[in-house]
Design a binder for this molecule. Structure first.
Ligand SMILES: [Zn+2]
Length: 106
């Protein structure tokens, strides 16, 4: 987990002062859920989401343009999608690795 901007873990990033300040700022400037708004609903935002997940772009962890306010429900849905996309990519990379190993045995 050292790839998270040098934080010891993902949890220590989310408890960092820089993140907590940025999170409050984001919820202040965008107090309603962006995904609900896109679907014609008005829902108070409770969570701040990384549009491109930290696991994919650690350098954008504190980039305001990479943040969006979401309600708990939308954030849970998006996080689940992000995680499954990430797992699919890792599986593909593993399969690719196996094929390469077959073709070029060490
Ligand atoms: Zn929502």
């Amino acid at each position: 987990m050292s790839r998270f901007l040098g934080y010891a873990s993902k949890n220590s990033f989310y408890s960092s002062k820089a993140w907590r300040q940025l999170r409050i700022h984001q919820l202040t400037i965008e107090p309603v859920c962006r995904a609900c708004t896109a679907n014609g609903r008005v829902e108070a935002a409770t969570d701040v989401d990384h549009i491109i997940p930290i696991s994919e772009a650690p350098g954008l962890a504190l980039e305001p343009a990479n943040l969006q306010s979401l309600c708990f429900r939308c954030h849970t849905t998006k996080t689940r999608e992000d995680n499954s996309r990430s797992a699919t990519r890792q599986n593909k990379a593993r399969k690719k690795g196996r094929i390469l190993n077959k073709r070029y045995p060490v």
